[in-house]
Design a protein around this ligand. Structure first.
Ligand SMILES: Cc1ncc(COP(=O)(O)O)c(C=O)c1O
Length: 396
């Protein structure tokens, strides 16, 4: 039972301190205990907690946040649609992509392409787009018009689009760095390759930045870093650093235009908490901190510092591979042979880390998730590396 948090640490009800290696669930970018975010929430709660933004009513925090997120995105003329989290954002982007093609009269463009190892949330849309097999099976088919391609091959994407015929494909969903599927950084040239394949085929490129958005890979969006100019960006988590739940879809001018051209009519889509005034105020306070403390830039420095702190673990007998070096993201992949011999190993490793003062969890591949807050310092990186080593030693 956790009780409180400060910086990169959390404390349980017995007063034990842990270094939070996962930043909650990849979201606590500014760290715990930020009083100014709490103050922003309290002020807004007293003034106007929330009001539905359906129709023609809005509120200042939501409008200001939309403008700010668009400004931070690769194209400041983008439009921003607020949701309650990442899975909402994926469903919204999927509907937006389909609707876009319907508005353009290309009604056969219904197919989505996703990647192996991909995680796009738990709603019906995200489950259909799952590249982690275990998350997709056991439900029958929700959205049937989905093709899966290997996570690392632009050629496979090109062949899949050609086989389907480009006029059938609505959108390609792509995490710039695969997160829950195991932390896989894009191979050299991969993102540029798939981006240009989508552009050539007219297929919408959806960057799923639910993890990578708001600093984690060294820029406001990974799409800025890799100059992707996506048609749609899905985001959540870091927009508020998880202080309150929120997500968003950033629609580039290309996608937004037919929705706004006067003939499209009302787009009947939205959530009760879309544009929630208090959550928007919290997001603004969070972005103030990210900006003032230069945390996206700090994340770029941290990507090698984090890799340096974890690299010694690569030689540990319990470790198969260390994946680190792109953003403040890493996976300590446990030995496949050891997991084969004892399938409880990943769960035991997580428990041992906890006993050694580090909170983490396992990823789909049997790796330990490392994605600390962007405020982690040198001593805390050592604490992280030492804690995991002590945990692994205790298992051997
Ligand atoms: C890349 C990606 N997309 C979508 C989601 C779903 O977000 P949420 O859990 O907020 O619904 C996640 C959650 O971890 C994610 O990592």
């Amino acid at each position: 039972m956790l009780d409180r948090g400060e910086g990169v640490h959390v404390w349980d009800e017995d007063g034990r301190r842990y270094l939070d290696a996962t930043a909650g669930l990849w979201y606590r970018n500014v760290g715990y205990g930020r009083g100014e975010i709490a103050d922003a929430a309290a002020t807004q709660l007293r003034r106007l907690s929330a009001y539905s933004t359906f129709g023609d009513v809005s509120n200042r925090p939501a409008i200001e946040l939309a403008e700010r997120v668009a400004d931070l995105s690769p194209d400041p003329d983008s439009r921003v649609f607020f949701t309650s989290g990442g899975s909402d954002s994926i469903d919204t982007a999927a509907k937006m992509a389909r609707r876009y093609w319907q508005l353009l009269g290309q009604t056969d463009r219904t197919m989505f392409i996703t990647r192996e190892n991909a995680y796009h949330g738990m709603h019906v849309g995200g489950t259909s787009l799952a590249g982690i097999g275990a998350n997709a099976t056991g439900y029958g088919s929700f959205v049937s018009d989905v093709a899966r391609v290997p996570w690392n091959s632009p050629n496979a994407l090109r062949e899949t689009i050609d086989a389907a015929t480009p006029e059938r494909v609505a959108a390609f969903f792509c995490e710039p760095v695969i997160g829950a599927g195991g932390v896989f950084a894009p191979p050299e040239g991969y993102l540029e390759g798939v981006r240009s394949i989508c552009r050539d085929a007219g297929v919408l490129f959806v960057a799923d930045e639910v993890i990578t958005g708001f600093g984690r890979t060294g820029d406001w969006f990974a799409s800025n870093r890799w100059e992707l100019q996506p048609d749609l960006i899905t985001c959540a988590k870091g927009i508020t650093s998880g202080y309150l739940p929120m997500g968003a879809v950033v629609a580039s001018p290309r996608v937004a235009e037919p929705f706004w051209n006067g003939t499209a009519g009302l787009w009947r889509h939205g959530y009760t908490y879309s544009g929630h005034a208090t959550v928007a105020a919290v997001a603004m306070a969070n972005l103030d901190i990210l900006e003032r403390e230069g945390l996206p830039k700090r994340a770029l420095e941290l990507e090698s510092d984090l890799a340096d702190a974890l690299t010694p673990l690569a030689a540990h007998p319990m470790v198969e591979e260390l994946r680190a070096g792109t953003g403040v993201l890493a996976a300590v992949q446990l030995s496949a042979r050891a997991i084969d011999e004892d399938s409880t190993l990943p769960a035991r490793a997580v428990r041992a880390c906890r006993e050694a003062g580090v909170m983490t969890r396992t990823l789909a591949t049997g790796g330990l998730q490392i994605s600390p807050a962007l405020v982690i310092d040198r001593a805390e990186l050592d604490e992280l590396g030492d804690g995991i080593r002590a945990a692994l030693d205790s298992l051997t």
